[in-house]
Design a protein around this ligand. Structure first.
Ligand code: 13P
Ligand code: SF4
Length: 353
């Protein structure tokens, strides 16, 4: 079903001023947006919000997205797991996915009847690009009988070759569960996360846990040595790192997990300050959600995540480029769906620890 071209109207002066107030209230001014920038942003968010209702669209946004996308137009905000789950449950006719390609593809696999639009169609992921379906087939024949557990940061083609998909929010739980019935597991494609999982679960690399050499270009080389420097500078600071960081870094921090777990940790604790070692978007969001808490910066930008801006979101609603429409061939979609659904079952199975 093609999206009809439909231009958003211009906001009246009163509507624009109310939108500036709304964005200020949401925390954009506290993140450094000046008056002129706020007004420009408000014009775009107002138009997007009008148009998304007319088009019966929803806008999920990953926590690494730009603050104005998250705070101005997103209907659902979360980590990879939460967004996949919410998209699967949504009744909207179309989804304008503010994230990267593998996330939009996952949404399409779970919602074949919906139109899925990716405002920045070139937004990839270094992990997703590190492995092909043919390479997964080769791994499977080298390690017969070992389940292939695939990080969600992969293409639909790769998921179609997999037994179970995992995210950073549930990988340890799902692997623990699978080890109850298997001695060896193949985990792809994040090498760092694979090493972190082997350490956490007490499994030997290469033997009990076979891993791949993919890495996240944002998380793979944060400097472990500077963590000690920051600890001295900010006594009591709690240092949190994403699961995709190197084992060297992970071994000197207070907490590792996915972005959702990191936010929960900040919410649940009463430390004098927090350092979130991950993509910078999470720190921006944490500062707006917990304005009374202090954050020490140590982050990097993901060029893929930051490729989506408000004008591209508006364009996706008004007159989407053909390249923004996400399609997954039927045969792949069916095979990719099973390991994702398996993840939902295992992640929500209360008996797994
Ligand atoms: P989360 O699932 O933890 O949000 O991670 C997604 C991602 O791309 C991390 O780099
Ligand atoms: Fe991929 Fe890393 Fe960017 Fe996440 S932060 S989308 S894993 S490149």
């Amino acid at each position: 079903m093609a999206v009809k071209e439909l231009r958003a109207p211009e906001p009246s002066a009163a509507a624009l001023s109310a939108e500036v107030d709304r964005l200020t209230e949401k925390g954009l001014a506290d993140l450094g947006f000046q008056d002129a920038e706020l007004e420009k942003t408000a014009r775009l968010t107002w138009k997007i919000n009008v148009l998304k209702k007319e088009k019966k669209a929803i806008i999920p946004a990953h926590v690494y997205q730009r603050a104005e996308v998250i705070l101005g137009v997103a209907d659902m905000i979360g980590d990879s797991y939460k967004l996949a789950k919410l998209c699967a449950e949504s009744r909207a006719e179309r989804v304008v996915f503010c994230g990267v390609r593998f996330m939009a593809e996952t949404a399409k696999v779970l919602n074949p009847e919906k139109e899925i639009l990716l405002p920045a169609p070139e937004a990839g992921c270094s992990l997703s690009e590190s492995i092909t379906a043919a390479q997964v087939r080769a791994l499977r024949s080298t390690h017969p009988g070992a389940p292939v557990v695939t990080y969600i940061n992969t293409s639909a083609d790769v998921k179609a070759e997999s037994d179970v998909v995992v995210t950073s929010a549930n990988a340890p739980k799902i692997l623990r569960k699978l080890y109850e019935t298997h001695k060896k597991i193949v985990f792809i494609p994040d090498e760092m996360m694979g090493r972190n999982l082997a350490r956490e679960l007490g499994k030997t690399l290469g033997n009990e846990l076979v891993i791949w050499e993919g890495s996240c270009m944002v998380h793979d080389n944060f400097d472990a040595a500077s963590v000690e420097f920051y600890r001295k500078m900010y006594p009591g600071v709690k240092i949190l790192a994403h699961f995709e960081c190197s084992p060297g870094l992970v071994s000197v921090v207070d907490f590792i997990g996915g972005t959702g777990d990191m936010m929960k940790y900040v919410d649940d604790n009463k430390a004098p300050a927090y350092m979130l070692i991950t993509e910078c978007g999470l720190g921006d969001l944490a500062r707006t959600r917990f304005p009374q808490k202090a954050f020490v910066p140590m982050c990097r930008l993901c060029p893929h995540m930051k490729a989506t801006d408000l004008s591209r979101v508006l364009r996706a609603l008004e007159r989407p480029a053909a390249s923004s429409r996400i399609d997954v061939p039927e045969a792949i979609r069916e095979r990719a769906r099973r390991p994702i659904e398996r993840m939902f079952e295992l992640a929500e199975d209360g008996s797994a620890s």
